[in-house]
Design a protein around this ligand. Structure first.
Ligand SMILES: C[S@@+](CC[C@H](N)C(=O)[O-])C[C@H]1O[C@@H](n2cnc3c(N)ncnc32)[C@H](O)[C@@H]1O
Length: 367
């Protein structure tokens, strides 16, 4: 049994106490375009620039201390493994005075768009939005008060309503969804799950900007793909070839269709709202229809400490508790229970990784 220990030994508490400062410094570097500026100056981790060289490409009105202040930011990022430091002579004439130059580490290279134009930057940026942090400050109220959504408490309206009035954030949010799809769907689910092959029509309910249904249609061109979403989202969505766009509200009704995908949708809602969506899916489907649920950060039955996947799932669960009214990451058993409770007779589970799953709900109510 551990009793009170020496405060100096509680390094992890100190680390966590500093983590918001590190996150916001990282976000600052992304906002100032630091990683892209270094990346453009040469290939991979070989390119190095001084803070003065970086600042010369940033539109600043602070000629006096911009480079010095940026250097302090770069130093924090380097001790946190985002930048590497090399020294070089500050001037050609005097080799005794050295200046620091900064290069991208493996961690920073993830924040620069790859050959498919995808990076992890939207994850840092959405998590660093003031309105997200303000809602995290209200997290305790989810314990102290009944039925409290920290986001609602902080902003007086639900998350999706709030962000639908912020077109710039919607674009960032869609980039986050594209990034998550790229990591967990395009390169995991689409390679492992073959259930799309047999479909003629698939409606992606709450299908974001339509990029996922577009990917499915490009892989299986015989599928008639539909993106069903709120009017405000469809109005701003890019148009993908082979995808039809339908405006509506999944809580009111879902148009008739052969099959439905719900990808990262159920985790936004409490059980009652999930059941409402699933009942509307049921009504929209023919007797042989199916719902294909894709969820990335499911809660494993057993919580194994310190595995990155489990830690991501549990953190995602806290973010759901903060941002939504009752949304949560679920176990496969909990999702299965939702489906059965609204009348689906069979569920097929296709585990893709430890925490990513495809779950089919089959209607099959032959009367
Ligand atoms: C977490 S995002 C998932 C997006 C997409 N399925 C993906 O995986 O990238 C949830 C989606 O549900 C949509 N949504 C929220 N409320 C909705 C409603 N009442 N009717 C239809 N779509 C809705 C949002 O606009 C958003 O596209």
């Amino acid at each position: 049994m551990e009793t009170q220990g020496s405060l100096e030994n509680h390094i992890s508490a100190l680390d966590i106490g500093n983590s918001l400062c590190i996150q916001m410094t990282l976000n600052t570097a992304i906002e100032l375009d630091v990683f892209n500026i270094i990346a453009k100056s040469g290939p991979g981790s070989g390119a190095h620039l001084s803070s003065k060289e970086i600042v010369s490409q940033i539109p600043t009105t602070n000629p006096i201390s911009a480079a010095k202040n940026l250097e302090r930011i770069l130093n924090l990022l380097s001790v946190n493994s985002f930048l590497s430091i090399s020294l070089r002579p500050a001037t050609a004439n005097d080799k005794t005075v050295q200046e620091k130059t900064y290069g991208l580490t493996k961690n920073a290279l993830c924040l620069v768009p790859n050959e498919d134009g995808v990076s992890l930057a939207p994850l840092i940026m959405t998590g660093s939005e003031m309105f997200t942090i303000q809602s995290l400050c209200k997290l305790k109220d989810s314990v102290l008060e009944p039925e409290c959504s920290p986001f609602y408490k902080a902003h007086g309206e639900p998350y999706f309503e709030y962000i639908s009035k912020k077109p710039e954030f919607i674009q960032l949010f869609e980039k986050l969804m594209i990034m998550r799809s790229y990591l967990y769907f395009d390169h995991k689910v689409l390679e492992a799950y073959r259930g799309f092959q047999e479909l003629k029509e698939l409606m992606d309910v709450g299908g974001g900007d339509g990029s996922s249904i577009a990917k499915i249609v490009s892989m299986y061109p015989h599928i008639h793909g539909i993106n069903f979403n709120l009017p405000s989202i469809i109005d701003q969505a890019p148009k993908y070839q082979g995808v039809k766009y339908v405006k509506g509200d999944m809580f009111k009704s879902i148009p008739k269709t052969q099959s439905i995908m719900l990808k990262e949708v159920l985790h936004n809602w409490d059980d009652e709202h999930c059941k409402k969506i699933l009942r509307n899916c049921w009504d929209a489907l023919p007797k042989a229809g199916k719902v294909i649920v894709v969820e990335y950060f499911m809660i494993p039955e057993e919580l194994i400490k310190n595995t990155p996947e489990t830690m991501n799932s549990i953190t995602a669960d806290i973010m759901m508790m903060t941002l939504t009214s009752g949304g949560k990451q679920r176990t496969t058993a909990e999702i299965d229970h939702l489906a059965i409770s609204v009348g689906f007779v069979e569920t097929n589970i296709f585990p893709i990784t430890h925490v990513t799953c495809v779950i089919e709900f089959l209607k099959r109510n032959i009367e």
